[in-house]
Design a protein around this ligand. Structure first.
Ligand SMILES: [Mn+2]
Length: 326
């Protein structure tokens, strides 16, 4: 049986001119992993392709093949085609992007749609899985160890290294395929997870002291004050993943990390679900977005208390129907 080519593959095959791949700000493993895999693939196909993020590449992802080719947004240039990956829209880039035809490759629920070439599937465990589908439908033979490493990193990091609820048989099938194409699970894990700085450890120690429980222990969270970063020498990117500490507490259904961003006048919140609470909807109530199990938003507030109150009332709204469900 001949597999039908994806409309996006056909579109990119025929696309003339320059292509810019864009990730969301503060890119994670799936954003840069899927973006770089697509970048490397399109290069192989002879396309005039570029990749950019507002924040470049964080230390924990600098091992990705092609990481040193990631540009920083904003760019002065205009690009004929813009592909936003792992984001609910170009607005998530965090900087203006000058592109002609817009396309989105993503697994977030909702968001902006740009037309029939979008490749959006909220049931996909990672955007990397969608980029893999695109490559498979176009030229499977172009998969190489570098592309496989990028895709594997996206898949592994978005599933918490195959532990989260988005991990299923298909996730392992894809992982198996990528490993057989040259991705090295031990290399990716150690490069991503085991190159922490002493400053980050000091930050974790401060942050854990802020750990607090709410709603009878169903909600747990930590707070990262700007001064913690100043006092420890840690950077903003070191706050990535801290939300997993409150998440790991027994009985917790919703975990949050509330991060002070005084330069933007907001508190950034990262949310994680354990069990069947939909944290995507909590983030939406706060003007943000994400998936059922991982989401984020920015809360405008003049104090920590105000930010936390806004957050907890959005959380309570979501816990309500669960409490009354028979
Ligand atoms: Mn993702």
């Amino acid at each position: 049986m001949v597999k039908k080519e994806l409309p996006l593959a056909e579109f990119l095959k025929n696309a003339k001119g320059s292509i810019l791949i864009v990730t969301h700000e503060n890119p994670d493993g799936d954003a840069l992993g899927s973006g770089l895999a697509l970048y490397k693939f399109l290069k192989k196909k002879g396309k005039d392709v570029f990749i950019a993020s507002k924040d470049g590449v964080p230390h924990f992802l600098d091992f990705l093949p092609g990481a040193d080719e990631v540009l920083t947004l904003p760019r002065d240039e205009f690009y004929d085609v813009g592909i936003v990956v792992d984001s609910s829209g170009f607005y998530r880039a965090g900087a203006p992007v000058k592109v002609g035809k817009k396309v989105r490759i993503d697994h977030h629920v909702g968001g902006e749609f740009y037309g029939r070439y979008d490749l959006v599937d909220p049931s996909a465990p990672a955007t990397a899985a969608l980029v893999y589908e695109l490559i498979k439908s176009w030229d499977r033979d172009a998969l190489d160890p570098e592309i496989a490493t990028c895709l594997y990193t996206g898949l592994a990091t978005d599933t918490g290294f195959f532990r989260y609820s988005n991990t299923d048989e298909k996730t392992f099938e894809l992982a198996r395929e990528l490993v057989s194409q040259g991705a090295d699970p031990y290399y990716v894990y150690t490069m991503f997870s085991e190159r922490e700085s002493l400053n980050k450890m000091k930050l974790i120690s401060k942050v854990l002291e802020t750990l607090s429980l709410h709603e009878g222990g169903q909600v747990a969270g930590i707070t990262v004050l700007k001064r913690f970063l100043d006092e420890t020498g840690a950077s903003y990117e070191d706050t990535e993943g801290l939300v997993n500490y409150p998440r790991s507490i027994e009985g917790v259904k919703v975990a949050y990390a509330l991060i002070e961003k005084p330069e933007e006048g907001v508190w950034k919140v990262s949310l994680r679900a354990k069990g069947d609470v939909n944290v995507g909807r909590i983030a939406e109530r706060l003007g943000g977005g994400g998936h059922k199990y991982a989401s984020g938003a920015k809360i405008k507030a003049s104090s920590k208390e105000e930010a936390l109150n806004k957050l907890l009332s959005a959380v309570r709204e979501e816990l309500k129907p669960q409490k009354t469900a028979v």
